[in-house]
Design a protein. Sequence first.
Length: 98
Amino acid sequence: MAKAPKVLSKAEVAAAKKDLQAALKAVNVEHAKFVSDNKAAEKALAAAKKDADKAVAAAQKAADAVAAKLVKATEKAKQGRAKIQAKLAALEPTPAAA
């Protein structure tokens, strides 16, 4: 058989309420620490992302500048090779002259 629930006196009820309210306050204080830590971590993450975005943009700018230089250098090299090839061809004896 089930036991009948104990009936608490007014003083016991008041004491239980006081204890439970204190426990609730402690839980809220402890939870607030986690909320605060989470906000700080999110703020740090946002700052890190911003710094990373700046670094990526700077690196992309540098890579674009180098790529543009490569295009110019490739064109100059192509022209230089053509001139050298022409001079080499001019030094080759012609079949009629041989």
